[in-house]
Unconditional design. Structure first.
Length: 168
């Protein structure tokens, strides 16, 4: 099984958005952030193919990033889960995915989320340890493979981790 991990594209500045809304979950992508992700999406498809499942955090900036990927991958449905929210524990996503993917048994999943969660999740999947040693840049991507076919802590192999500049 493969897991493509994508950090959301550049969003509006937190402080500027706070003047419009007190709910940071609603903070959208900037025009430039969307354009950068649109330029990266074809490269991700070229490198990986199209996933069987596209999963996103429910925060607006992640959903908007996932929508751009959905266009490129030919997806109509994006699954949202709060287990990809910035402050969630990596184990919660692993448990959620085990329950969700049980019937579909996907070979390739793409997820869109936030830092610091994604760095912690990647580190957890690689080592089984709860501490983070990976940092994802905005619009950055990472490909993990699981030789046993199931996403489990400590079972991943890192295939690549690229900042947005390398994937354009």
């Amino acid at each position: 099984m493969k897991l493509l991990v994508v950090r959301h594209a550049r969003a509006e500045e937190r402080d500027e958005f706070a003047e419009k809304s007190s709910n940071d979950d609603l903070r959208p992508l900037t025009k430039e952030g969307g354009e950068i992700m649109r330029s990266i999406a074809p490269r991700l498809r070229e490198w990986c193919g199209a996933p069987d499942m596209l999963v996103s955090s429910p925060l607006v900036r992640a959903v908007q990033t996932a929508e751009i990927l959905a266009e490129e991958f030919g997806f109509e449905k994006i699954i949202q889960t709060s287990t990809l929210a910035p402050d969630e524990a990596p184990l919660e996503f692993v448990r959620w995915l085990a329950r969700t993917a049980k019937n579909d048994d996907p070979d390739f999943i793409c997820i869109v989320g936030h830092e610091p969660h994604l760095g912690s999740l990647i580190s957890y999947l690689l080592t089984g340890e709860p501490r983070s040693f990976v940092e994802m840049k905005k619009s950055g991507a990472c490909l993990l493979e699981f030789p046993n076919g199931h996403i489990e802590e400590g079972a991943a192999t890192l295939r690549w981790l690229v900042p947005p500049k390398l994937s354009k």
